[in-house]
Design a protein around this ligand. Structure first.
Ligand code: SAM
Length: 363
């Protein structure tokens, strides 16, 4: 017997039903919203290329100087006034720009959010690689797409050999550029001041620990990462005057135990990069390394985040597929894995922007 849900699906997929719904005055607003949502899904890749053009041309900052016409901006953008107008109109439709009087354009709300936002700007620029890798998504899903550009960008995801300095530089810089927004969310949700020593595993160039040090002046810092990345963190701590508070531990967490001595261990945007076996191993190693009564923090965007489901399952799901390892996990999946690794209690602490990151504290 066919269920009611299947019948409803069949009805809504019928062109005649959709056309009737659009014609009927009561269902028309809903029909229009659905048509718009389907169009946005279809056209999303063009929208993101408009965004790339705006970021590459630094359009938001140009508009921040004051409203300008296409003619005013054409020379700076090195394009014809007609092409500039086309870009400004597209940017306006996406709220990056905004129409002002006298044929001029100013900054739109989304454009304003791009100003002094190195994390988002770096991500947008970096999307050239992802864009190439997603050219044939079916081949990618079937494992027939061949080597991807993202697998080369994140060598630890698929390579057994330790990456060298030149291989880690750009991904470490990208992570550092977007770390401020993660640290702010995490440190608003969780008070670090009651802890003595924080070990950040896969801590990159130390940006998260540097933010933690600012929040909590008595906190000592430990960082564990691949040798080439750990070297970048050491230089950063020297530069920031944090060397006396920080110890840096180079290693490979798939092979080496984690250093002991911390009462707080964090995995910031680390677990989602790895398949379940590695995550189990990491949680186990973290438990071994933690001082008795210590706390583990898992900080990353999570699947099934209410209102941001597509961020994890569509965006990160396909991003990590192209990268060659890992998967977005829901908070409940992570909490089950934490319990299996011997953490008796875990709690999802609310962050202000769950789309940016969520946080689980476990002990
Ligand atoms: C996605 S980055 C996150 C960096 C940082 N936690 C952040 O949020 O900005 C993942 C980090 O894990 C490190 N990593 C990956 N595989 C590793 C391994 N086998 N051993 C140690 N660190 C590793 C990477 O070098 C990188 O710094």
């Amino acid at each position: 017997m066919i269920s009611f849900a299947t019948l409803a699906d069949r009805l809504q997929s019928s062109p005649r039903f959709r056309s009737a719904a659009g014609a009927f005055v009561l269902s028309r607003p809903l029909a229009r919203r659905r048509a718009r949502a389907v169009f946005d899904l279809t056209a999303g890749f063009v929208y993101s290329q408009v965004l790339l053009a705006c970021v590459e041309l630094d359009l938001p900052r140009l508009l921040l100087r004051g409203p300008a016409t296409a003619e005013n901006l054409a020379k700076t953008l090195d394009m014809t006034p007609a092409a500039t107008l086309r870009l400004l109109n597209a940017a306006t439709s996406l709220n990056i720009a905004r129409r002002r009087r006298g044929g001029r354009y100013g900054l739109g709300r989304a454009g304003a959010a791009l100003i002094d936002n190195p994390g988002v700007n770096a991500m947008v620029a970096h999307h050239r690689l992802l864009y190439d890798d997603l050219r044939d998504p079916v081949a990618l899903l079937r494992g027939k797409a061949g080597p991807t550009r993202l697998a080369g960008y994140w060598p630890y995801a698929t390579q057994a050999a330790l990456p060298g300095a030149s291989e880690v530089a750009s991904y470490t810089a990208l992570m550092a550029a977007s770390q401020a927004m993660i640290a702010e969310q995490a440190m608003t949700a969780c008070d670090l001041r009651k802890h003595r020593v924080l070990l950040d595993v896969g801590g990159g160039d130390g940006s998260f620990l540097a933010a933690a040090a600012k929040r909590s002046s008595g906190l000592r810092l430990m960082l564990f990462d691949l040798p080439a990345v750990a070297a970048l963190a050491s230089s950063r701590f020297e530069r920031d005057g944090l060397a006396s508070r920080a110890t840096v531990h180079p290693g490979d967490f798939r092979k080496d135990p984690l250093p002991r001595g911390a009462d707080l261990v964090s995995f910031v945007r680390v677990l989602h990069d790895h398949d379940d076996d590695t995550v189990r191993l990491l949680l186990h190693r973290a438990r071994e390394a933690l001082a008795p009564g210590g706390t583990l923090l898992v900080i990353e965007p999570m699947a099934e985040t209410p209102g941001a489901e597509a961020m994890a399952d569509a965006y990160f799901g396909f991003y990590l597929l192209a990268m060659g390892s890992g998967t977005p996990r829901s908070a409940s999946r992570l909490r089950t894995m934490l319990r299996d690794a011997g953490f008796q209690r875990s709690e999802l602490l609310p962050t202000n922007l769950p789309l940016v990151t969520q946080l689980i504290a476990a002990s």
